[in-house]
Design a protein around this ligand. Structure first.
Ligand code: F6P
Length: 553
């Protein structure tokens, strides 16, 4: 591997040190006062791009903080590295690959060449095939082996080959063809595929085997199970009507027995967690149709254009990254909670978990040295308002501060009266409560008004006080449409990229998932074999023994 030119350690940079000095002051601020002192805070601390609005005013920072953070972004070379990514430079150093998910959503005619490959022509040739295929399945002219149209699609894949299409199909269900039911199988746990197979009919089901590498153990086992299930009814020759594959590995697809005309390729410069824009998005195109799928790509492209051209001070992904970085590094926030106030975005937190944590869950720099600060926070979350009735207690009054990203649409895609006002009221009320909190005096006044005695009031005050000063962002869109979803995903992709640059980690490899995969292979052989292996630690040996005994019983 070619070693990159050494990047100075983060804590040695002048802007980081200036931020550290500034953080000592900022640590004493309360956002209530920041809002009281500056009535223009909202208008000064929101930005719009690609149909989204980011309100970052409810963070514990001011204009000086933002200026210092922006300086840090410049000192770390965010602009240069961004341009290198868009230009197809091999910024994924450990795998010597370009990182070009942005090319997947660029309009036809965007000239780009990687190693002599005409990326634009390749991308649009595959999109044309996706258009043709999805149209035929959706209009009923693609027929199953008994001459019936397809009514169920089962996407078999895991990680990026599952999370993106599954999240997007759910998010855009209002735009989907109601006659085509989408199913997703990811887990190696047989209960997953068993459940889906029990609901579908081989005559009318299309399987998409989605795997960048086409060697992922879970996906291969599930694909083989699906094929065996299909062959209980159909013939080998019928497989071509019911199995298509999405991968960069054409040889392995052929070996699996999928017809070459049923392959939808993509390329090694598309990371798994950035692949929903590629043929991994076939399930999305089938669900919502190619026109809407194109709109989804266009929304992401609009965010790309913004990210490439807007000054850092008004650049939405850069600001989201810098605010998150501030919370992580200087307010010591070890996790980020994501709260979509939109039921159709219920898989979005899970999607972001892979995007953010598989990208930046790293502890060494691109040059291999230990990173000298904490890196990626834990990302987690659930839809509001459900989350309010589960873990928001901890977010309001727990001993650690967890920043929250609220995501909401101003208008719903349903027309039921009352619901949307209630939903948005809760979303805005939560961010207000996290920011302002409720101090002892306010609690006392409330309790006095209820006629409570002084002694009882004082006993309750500590329990009913909310410290507030808890940071949040609010991301708003008009409606959850295909372009809005595209822009939202691209926003977080670029945010993740910028934070990776600040920490100087390679956001595009994922070696950390390999060890468990290799050990699982060994243990699987031991669970299936005759011999009683005793070569692990006593815990692992004991667990294996229990599983073998249960199997033998
Ligand atoms: O194991 C991690 C990972 O490689 C992810 O990065 C990827 O999205 C997932 O597995 C699935 O990989 P594939 O698409 O090659 O089956």
């Amino acid at each position: 591997m070619r070693q990159p030119a050494p990047t100075p350690m983060l804590t040695a940079t002048a802007s980081f040190q200036a931020l550290q000095a500034h953080a000592a002051d900022a640590g004493r601020w309360h956002m209530r006062e920041l809002f009281a002192d500056n009535p223009q805070r909202f208008s000064q601390m929101n930005t719009e791009a690609a149909g989204l609005l980011l309100d970052y005013s409810k963070n514990r920072l001011d204009a000086t903080t933002l200026g210092l953070l922006t300086e840090l972004a410049r000192e770390r070379g965010v602009e240069g590295q961004r341009d290198a990514m868009f230009a197809g430079a091999k910024i994924n150093l450990t795998e010597q690959r370009a990182v070009l998910h942005t090319a997947l959503r660029a309009p036809r005619g965007s000239a780009l060449d990687v190693d002599g490959q005409d990326v634009d022509a390749d991308v649009h040739a595959v999109l044309d095939r996706i258009k043709d295929f999805s149209t035929r399945v959706r209009n009923g002219s693609w027929l199953g082996y008994t001459g019936k149209p397809i009514c169920d699609v089962v996407n078999i894949g895991i990680g990026g080959s599952d999370l993106g299409p599954k999240m997007a199909c759910l998010a855009l269900r209002s735009y989907a063809n109601p006659n085509l039911a989408m199913h997703f199988v990811s887990n190696v746990d047989g209960h997953d595929i068993e459940d889906v197979l029990s609901k579908v009919d081989p005559e009318t089901t299309l399987f998409i085997v989605a795997s960048k590498t086409f060697v992922t153990a879970e996906t291969m086992l599930n694909a083989n199970t699906a094929r065996a299930w299909f062959l209980l009814e159909g013939e080998t020759a019928d497989l071509a009507r019911h199995f298509v594959a999405v991968s960069t590995n054409q040889e392995a697809i052929e070996a699996f027995g999928i017809a070459p005309e049923n392959m939808f390729p993509f390329w090694d410069w598309v990371g798994g967690r950035y692949s929903v824009w590629s043929s991994v998005g076939l399930a999305v195109a089938l669900a919502i149709g190619f026109e809407y799928f194109s709109d989804f790509l266009a929304g992401a492209h609009a965010m790309d254009q913004h990210f490439r051209s807007a000054p850092l001070e008004r650049n939405m992904p850069v600001l989201l990254a810098l605010v998150g970085f501030w919370n992580r590094q200087f307010l010591d926030c070890g996790s980020l909670s994501v709260a979509p106030y939109h039921q159709d975005l219920s898989r979005f937190p899970a999607y972001l978990q892979q995007l953010d944590m598989e990208s930046n869950g790293k502890r060494v720099t691109k040059g291999g040295a230990a990173v000298d600060t904490p890196t990626c926070p834990v990302v987690w979350g659930e839809c509001g308002t459900n989350a309010q009735h589960a873990y928001f207690q901890l977010l309001h009054q727990g001993s650690e501060v967890t920043p929250i990203d609220f995501i909401a649409a101003l208008r719903p895609t349903h027309d039921l009266p009352g619901h949307h006002d209630a939903l948005l009221a809760n979303c805005f009320a939560q961010s207000e409560a996290f920011m302002a909190g409720k101090n002892g005096e306010e609690v006392r006044a409330d309790l006095r008004a209820q006629g409570m005695g002084a002694e009882q009031i004082e006993a309750l005050v500590p329990h009913k006080t909310f410290p507030g000063n808890r940071p949040s962002n609010t991301i708003l869109m008009d409606q959850l449409t295909p372009p809005a979803l595209g822009a939202l995903i691209a926003l977080y992709e670029h945010k993740t990229f910028v934070q990776g640059v600040l920490w100087d980690v390679n956001s595009f490899d994922q070696w950390g998932v390999e060890l468990g995969k290799a050990l699982a292979k060994n243990i699987q052989a031991e669970l299936q074999g005759e011999a009683q292996p005793q070569r692990h630690d006593s815990s692992t040996n004991g667990l294996i023994e229990l599983a073998r005994a249960a199997k033998a019983a």
